[in-house]
Design a protein around this ligand. Sequence first.
Ligand SMILES: *Cc1c(COP(=O)(O)O)cnc(C)c1O
Length: 394
Amino acid sequence: MTAAPTIQAPRLGEPYLLTPGPLTTSFPVKQAMLRDWGSWDDDFRAMTQEMRDRLLAMLGAGADAFDCVPMQGSGSFSVEAMLGSFVPRDGKALVLANGAYGQRSAQTLAYLGRDYVLMDKGDYLPPRGDEVARILADDPAITHVVAIHCETSSGILNPVEEISEVVYGAGRKLLVDSMSAFGAIDLKVADVRYEAMVSSANKCIEGVPGFGFIIARKTELEAAKGNSHSLSLDVHAQWAHMNKTGQWRFTPPTHVVAAFLEALRAHEVEGGVAGRGARYRRNRDVMVDGMRALGFETLLKDRWLSPIIVTFFCPADPNFDFARFYELMKAKGFIIYPGKLTVVDSFRIGCIGQMDEHIMRQVVTAAKESLAAMGVSDATPPALALQERAKLAA
Ligand SMILES: *Cc1c(COP(=O)(O)O)cnc(C)c1O
């Protein structure tokens, strides 16, 4: 066992961000930004290379068939770069949506003018292998399938292994949005086959926002030449330029890269993906147990709960008011997140960032005190919420 990592509390008066990125970062990560770097300088080029190498290493055995291409902008810029670069203009994508991020991928393809079909499972039901297989069998024009690893809008961990098997069984290619999962949940190339995946600096690696990265099979990177609709979001061009010169094509977010490198080193010290994932699972378990003891119910049954973010139903008690709950929690030092369900009221609590189980116990205490301040004696959700949940198999 590695030693327990040291969690860096935010500075006095700064709340914890119980949100899926931006999230609470360590002091050394913030401190790494207190210096300027020349983008063309050897020192910064070495930083970019170290970052790419460290990210690739997380793929485990077989990673040498892949390369890592960082891309300026928030995570959605990298998703757009991936879709526009790897789905050829005459290709067709099947997007597996069960929340806002799946919908966003479909919307991105619509903007790009790429042909696509959407399998929409609503707010949170997982796309299953057999359903995907049926759609692929019925539509031979589909070349690529787009899957969301952890759909952050409900917190569900989608079955990407199962999806990958049917995609390749049908001779198609898989692209994965692992934005909120990568770094805490394995996506080893020996276990799950895919052509490309995307994530960003401000999620499970615990950096600050400013860029994302695409990790793709080298053969796909070669083949992507000329596909992109966009100059700045062309993954092939960024990759080719970076491999030739060691530089980003356009101004890199130098301070964000420096902070991210610090975050990657801390990630390694914590035990890599396994260590990071273990802390987040513990955060989730302690927080969910505590919230359930107050009467709260999770949207998802345990099997589908990710260690990234958890959706809770709002209590049925008419005294409960989310806006008030949010302010009370904030006053106690915790920023929570509104829910994204369309059918019933909900809110979300993130488990990622510089937080451990001790902090999560404080979160539960803060929730208990906030309920008391509103005059809510029991956090049980309305019957409608529980009926909704019954749709999801264990
Ligand atoms: C965070 C996130 C994104 C990207 O969102 P940005 O706001 O552009 O950073 C994309 N997909 C998923 C699943 C996410 O969690």
